[in-house]
Design a protein around this ligand. Structure first.
Ligand code: NAD
Length: 457
């Protein structure tokens, strides 16, 4: 359904946005800033509705909803507002000796009409964060939220309808069918966040119209603990990364790799930290999220048969909650190691040497994130040099996503392109290169009439 345009077709919505874009209405920097300001005010106005909807859809606590969905967006808007004039200015560049007398410049221009397809795990943040970049760069946008989080999807519709005209920004709700129809439209840019499998579908559809894409995908992100890791800090930070949103985070540590000699100490420390985070019974905790759907819940329970459960294992089918669960004695061949877990199950694998650990990671698809806990700076450099991954942290988890100074995105199977901060502006802008030639003199040698032409070239 097209928000605010009941009964209208998708083609109509896209065409309206094309017309609006061509009119030039979205392009001035002052207009973009004004719209970002309105978006910021809209988010603040709907803050309680957003928090309530996230509670209904995913049992997100108010704290988690604010830090991972609302606050991060308000910061992103502020960051963009402060710098947009500078980013949007044409950049003068040097000219080649062969081009003497001319000037080179790079003009950032908006692509046009952008499609943003969002997933369900951070359903508000991942629909609105790309929108900030799209607006900052001067585009119009159509947002397709996930059908699996219907309460927040409704809030997104209300907010966008209140803040923007539909020919500028609109929301189209629906599932796979709607998404498939949308992907047939001649968008100027597609920004997709979701699974690897659907990412391939999106790229294939985009190819038909030669539409450029950003694909923010998933995968299995390793978390390496070296034997010199600060165990107390590592336990807190790994658990924070893994069990925020009940493990349903694209960059959550998917599995742990550690030498056997630190395992017992690490597991004991994790038990202590879990109790501090979620109390005696995390399944009952209000601070602990739920699994998005019964299908995902069942998929996760099937993994419990792998290895030995050493922490957790409890679940409540009615509430769709699974306790933070550590699974030891897992091998690389087990089913839990064949797909992204995307839930609160954390397998532990052992390694003998760091070289063996690196070799195992690099023979698999390039991960979206990698985490390394060690004080050894040489080891840090070695892993950074030898393993390709989207982004990550040394001695922490998740935090790289929260700073607008670091572009965020995947590589290989975990995605292509990146965003956040200035990178969002760049992602949604085409860099148009222009050479401005002088009329004061002319280089005769380049013309066929010149006798010396060939010699000079
Ligand atoms: P998904 O790929 O199933 O769905 C994402 C979106 O695509 C939804 O809006 C959905 O309606 C739509 N969609 C689903 N099937 C489609 C099809 N056949 N054709 C067209 N559109 C289709 O992903 P999800 O289950 O919502 O999210 C989980 C996945 O997203 C995980 O793999 C996770 O790692 C990844 N993810 C990545 C990031 C990132 O920033 N890299 C962030 C969040 C989630």
């Amino acid at each position: 359904m097209v928000a605010g345009q009941e009964g209208k077709t998708l083609e109509y919505s896209v065409q309206k946005q094309k017309d609006y874009f061509i009119s030039g209405a979205t392009k001035s920097v002052s207009k973009r800033l004004e719209q970002l300001q309105l978006l910021k005010e809209g988010i603040k106005e709907f803050e309680q509705d957003i928090v309530d909807a996230l509670k209904q859809d995913l049992n997100k606590s108010e704290y988690e909803a604010y830090t991972t969905e609302v606050g991060i967006l308000l910061e992103e808007i502020k960051f963009t507002e402060k710098r947009l004039h500078k980013w949007a200015k044409p950049k003068k560049v040097k000219t080649a000796i062969t081009h003497i007398g001319s000037k080179g410049m790079i003009i950032s221009e908006p692509y046009g009409v952008v499609l943003i397809i969002a997933p369900w795990n951070y359903p508000f943040q991942l629909a609105i964060s790309p929108l900030i970049g799209a607006i900052a760069a001067g585009n119009t946008a159509i947002i397709k939220p996930s059908e699996l989080t219907p309460h927040i999807s409704k809030v997104i519709v209300k907010l966008i309808e209140k803040v923007f005209k539909p020919e500028y920004v609109t929301v189209i709700e629906g599932g796979v069918e709607t998404s498939t129809e949308l992907l047939k439209q001649p968008f100027d840019y597609i920004f997709f966040t979701g699974s690897v499998q659907v990412g391939k579908v999106v790229m294939e559809a985009a190819a038909k119209n030669l539409t450029p894409v950003t694909l923010e995908l998933g995968g299995k992100s390793p978390c390496i603990l070296h034997d010199d890791a600060d165990i107390k800090l590592a336990a807190k930070r790994v658990l924070f990364g893994k069990f925020t949103n009940a493990g349903q985070t694209c960059i959550a540590p998917d599995y742990l790799l550690m030498p056997s000699r630190i395992k017992a100490e690490f597991i004991e420390e994790c038990k202590r930290v879990l109790q501090a985070f979620y109390g005696e019974d995390p399944v009952q905790s209000d601070r602990y999220g739920r699994i998005v759907s019964e299908r995902h819940f069942d998929r996760l329970l099937r993994f419990m048969g792998n290895g030995n459960v050493v922490i957790g294992g409890q679940y409540d089918r009615e509430a769709l909650k699974i306790a933070p669960t550590f699974i030891d004695q897992v091998s690389w061949e087990d089913p839990i190691m064949q797909e992204e877990i995307f839930g609160p199950l954390l397998p532990i694998l052992e390694y003998e040497s760091i070289d063996q650990c690196i070799a195992k990671i690099v023979e698999r698809p390039k991960p979206l994130a990698l985490y390394l806990f060690t004080k050894d700076t040489q080891l840090q450099e070695k892993v950074m040099e030898q393993v390709s991954f989207g982004g990550g942290c040394i001695n922490d988890t998740l935090m790289h996503i929260g700073t607008p100074y670091l572009p965020f995105g995947g590589v290989g199977e975990s995605g292509m392109g990146s965003y956040h901060g200035k990178q969002s502006f760049k992602t949604f802008s085409h860099e148009k290169s222009v050479l401005k030639q002088t009329n004061r003199f002319d280089m005769e040698f380049r013309y066929p009439s010149s006798k010396n032409g060939l010699k000079l070239i």
